[in-house]
Design a protein around this ligand. Structure first.
Ligand code: RRO
Length: 312
């Protein structure tokens, strides 16, 4: 049986559902070009700020047996750099381009979103409400009123559908509160679940030490650790926001986890820690594994099983 991984959503066409997670392999034009030449179905830029940032002191990423911890601190080349890349991008002939925006304040977010609106490019913007690694700055996605205010203001200056990258939630009441906020914002076309689980602590037993320098070792956790939390967030938001798309992100390192995210309701999926560890070749592997798994199960398209998770 021939499997077709193609997916069309919010006006874009992808050959397969795989995208890099923002932050991984997407800070420089060289990295973005490597992703463009990879098996990814689309690519997304590193979260950008108004001005370039060096980010937090190193070491700021460490891999562990079950995943990763990072406290990068939003190192990026400033939004103009990514906007220039998007202006030069061959949108007509190449895979879709998504752009992540993560302003340090409401004003910064509005200025960047107004610039993206003005540029009128066929890109999808993912507004990051969940960077866990800025000392003294809580994740806005955990403040429902502030999130609602931000989305209302952004919708005034950015006139196309856009998405938000959410932090993980751990309680049904919180799923409901955030879903209400998003439901109240007609501009929201998609939600990406989840960002890293914020402020975990990895300890090196031999050295009796933390493994990254910023925030005395606290950082965002990704990889295998986060898969069940990511799946819960994907399923809950997909269920609560019919008509909007969910991008699944968290713990995908083979075709199996990609399948699980889609079964839970994801339209497309992002790969973070695995891409960081293995490089872009993992996207070919994950894509091919997803094809094999679908063949084994007798599914021809993603729509045949998307959101079809059974309960007992
Ligand atoms: O740059 C980072 O430290 C970072 C960001 Br903006 C984010 O959204 N998630 C993450 O794990 N790290």
């Amino acid at each position: 049986m021939t499997v077709d991984l193609a997916v069309a959503w919010l006006g874009i066409q992808m050959d397969n559902p795989l995208i890099n997670a923002s932050g991984v392999m997407c800070r420089t034009v060289e990295e973005l070009e490597a992703l463009r030449h990879s098996a990814a179905g689309a690519l997304i830029t590193k979260s950008c700020t108004l001005e370039p940032r060096k980010g937090n002191p190193e070491p700021r990423y460490a891999s562990t047996a079950l995943g990763s911890i990072n406290s990068m601190g939003l190192p990026n080349a400033g939004y103009r750099y990514y906007l220039d890349y998007a202006r030069r991008y061959d949108h007509e002939h190449d895979k879709p381009l998504l752009m992540s925006v993560s302003g340090m304040s409401l004003e910064d977010n509005l200025e960047m979103m107004a610039a993206f609106d003005e540029a009128a490019l066929p890109v999808l913007v993912e507004l990051n409400l969940s960077c866990p690694n800025l000392p003294g700055k809580p994740q806005i996605g955990y403040d429902f009123e502030a999130s609602a205010r931000l989305l209302a203001e952004v919708s005034k200056v950015y006139r196309r559908p856009f998405g938000v990258k959410l932090p993980p939630y751990f309680d049904p009441v919180h799923f409901g509160e955030m879903a209400d906020v998003l439901d109240g914002c007609p501009s929201i076309g998609f939600v990406t679940c989840i960002n890293s689980i914020g402020n975990g602590l990895v300890i090196d037993l031999e050295r009796e030490s933390v493994v990254i320098r910023p925030k005395d070792g606290l950082g965002g956790i990704g990889g295998d650790y986060v898969l069940p939390t990511a799946l819960a967030n994907v399923r809950e938001f997909a269920r609560r926001l019919p008509g909007r798309h969910v991008i699944g992100c968290g713990g995908i390192r083979s075709g199996r986890e990609a399948f699980m995210h889609i079964l839970a309701g994801a339209t497309v999926v992002q790969v973070g820690t695995c891409l960081y560890e293995e490089g872009p070749a993992c996207l070919t592997r994950i894509r091919d594994e997803l094809v094999c798994l679908m063949q084994d199960k007798g599914y021809r398209t993603l729509a045949d099983f998307r959101g079809c998770l059974r309960t007992l």
